[in-house]
Design a protein around this ligand. Structure first.
Ligand SMILES: Cc1cc2nc3c(=O)[nH]c(=O)nc-3n(C[C@H](O)[C@H](O)[C@H](O)COP(=O)(O)OP(=O)(O)OC[C@H]3O[C@@H](n4cnc5c(N)ncnc54)[C@H](O)[C@@H]3O)c2cc1C
Length: 422
């Protein structure tokens, strides 16, 4: 496994760095340094700039408006954006559309679906929510009950989805619907696209513990999806859903490690400012975080090298997911301890990146941003596949340990524990 960048790749990195420097201007100090009232304006203009340079969806083929870049080049772009402190996905629904749905449509979608949805996703006219989870189906995705019944060229949908990230800003939803209640497990499920701005769809925000209404629940009462918008065929939703989860691996790991390193540097500045840096126990914990960031970087390089060699995403990605989500809790809890009593009240500029880590420029002593990051780190061990599900996957599929006993009564006994949901 070669973990070195070639001369050509290093050259590409320098060109991207120069381009970002030119686009962001000489006075740029990172997105985190912008005043709160300037942030939205920047997001809008930055999205246009990324799109114009093929960097909004660097991995998409040029025919759909992407950059047509190789996996390594995509990784370099993401890493240089993190180093520059500029957002990779400026709008709240971008990651859903660009990282998850786009590659799924390219792989499983019909020509009409690709032509209709891909350009409008990049232009921002279509903003996607992911409709997988339901109140009784989170880890066990194949237990979805939201019903879709065929009527001519349409499907009539009744039921409920929950936990839709950026659901309040979305106008389309991709999700899993039960099209055949008699078929066992995943066999009766279909993957469909449907408009959210129609009379049969009600979206209600859910307030999280940071006090933000960032995700939502979605209710369907005779909502309509066109038959032309079933992706991959009726009853084939399970394989489309699993394919989509595979695209999650993407090329963002190295960039995530860079963002984590920048966060530790910010944490060290906080410790210096508060005097916490003189405390040997706190110093040791900061050093542990820096070592963890190195582990994250190594895991990301390994996954990138495997991707370049054409290996399909394997259960090893559960190791990265588990390590990352636990690390985010560790580093933000440390920030709370360094802040001491200041961690009890909001003070200073708010976080910019929804789930953290925060980009360059954010005031290291802002209690508000650290508190928000600490609160947002809690569900990290739930979304994207819970910690327990990841542990089962690692135990059974990486270490080859005996299978976790499945409840004999569950109709989905064969899938429970092996499915990850975002
Ligand atoms: C911030 C956030 C954003 C999200 N965004 C989205 C989104 O955009 N779209 C979407 O569809 N969903 C989204 N989700 C939902 C997320 O995917 C689910 O919360 C997650 O898959 C877990 O499902 P659940 O909440 O139903 O918990 P459950 O599956 O009910 O699990 C409850 C507990 O039981 C444990 N457990 C379950 N099964 C097993 C097993 N087999 N072995 C051992 N332990 C087990 C779990 O680990 C957990 O601790 C989001 C969730 C959060 C918190």
């Amino acid at each position: 496994m070669d973990l070195h960048y070639s001369d050509a790749e290093q050259g590409y990195r320098i060109r991207i760095r120069d381009l970002l420097h030119r686009l962001l201007g000489p006075n740029w100090r990172g997105f985190g340094a912008l005043a709160e009232e300037e942030r939205q304006r920047f997001r809008t203009s930055w999205r246009v700039a990324l799109l114009e340079h093929g960097l909004l969806a660097p991995g998409w083929p040029a025919e759909y408006g992407g950059g047509g870049l190789s996996l390594i080049e995509q990784s370099i772009v993401a890493e240089e954006l993190a180093e520059a402190g500029a957002p990779q996905f400026p709008a709240p629904n971008d990651a859903n559309g660009i990282v998850l749905l786009g590659p799924t449509l390219m792989h499983y979608g019909s020509a009409e679906q690709k032509e209709r949805f891909l350009p409008r996703t990049l232009s921002g006219d279509i903003k996607w929510a992911q409709g997988y989870s339901e109140p009784e189906a989170g880890s066990d995705l194949f237990n979805v009950r939201t019903r879709a019944v065929r009527q001519g060229d349409s499907w009539v949908i009744n039921g409920q989805k929950i936990w839709q990230t950026a659901g309040l800003t979305a106008n389309w939803l991709f999700g899993l619907f039960r099209t055949d209640p008699e078929a066992p497990g995943g066999k009766g499920i279909s993957f469909m696209l449907l408009a959210m701005d129609q009379p049969g769809v009600t979206v209600r925000g859910i307030r999280n513990m940071a006090g933000e209404t960032e995700f939502a629940e979605v209710f369907f009462t005779d909502a309509i999806a066109s038959h032309a918008h079933v992706v991959g065929g009726v009853g084939k939703g399970a394989s489309v859903a699993l394919g989509l989860l595979g695209f999650e691996r993407g090329a963002g790991g190295v960039a995530a490690a860079a963002a984590a390193r920048i966060e530790v540097e910010r944490l060290a500045e906080l410790a210096r400012a508060t005097g916490g840096a003189k405390d040997p126990a706190l110093r040791a914990r900061i050093a542990r975080c820096r070592a963890d960031v190195h582990v994250l970087h190594c895991l990301a390089l390994r996954s990138l090298a495997a991707g370049v060699s054409g290996d399909p995403p394997g259960p090893e990605s559960s190791i990265t997911k588990m390590f990352t989500s636990q690390y985010r809790q560790r580093v933000t809890e440390l920030a709370m301890d360094i802040l001491g009593p200041r961690a009890l009240a909001f003070d200073g500029p708010s976080a910019v990146a929804a789930l953290g880590p925060q980009p360059r420029g954010l005031d290291p002593s802002s209690a508000t941003a650290w508190i928000q990051d600490a609160l947002h780190a809690r569900p990290g061990t739930v979304y994207g596949g819970s910690l327990q599900i990841q542990r089962n996957t690692i135990a059974e599929r990486v270490l080859g340990l005996p299978r976790e006993p499945r409840p004999a009564t569950s109709r989905n006994a064969s899938t429970r524990g092996s499915i990850r949901a975002v």
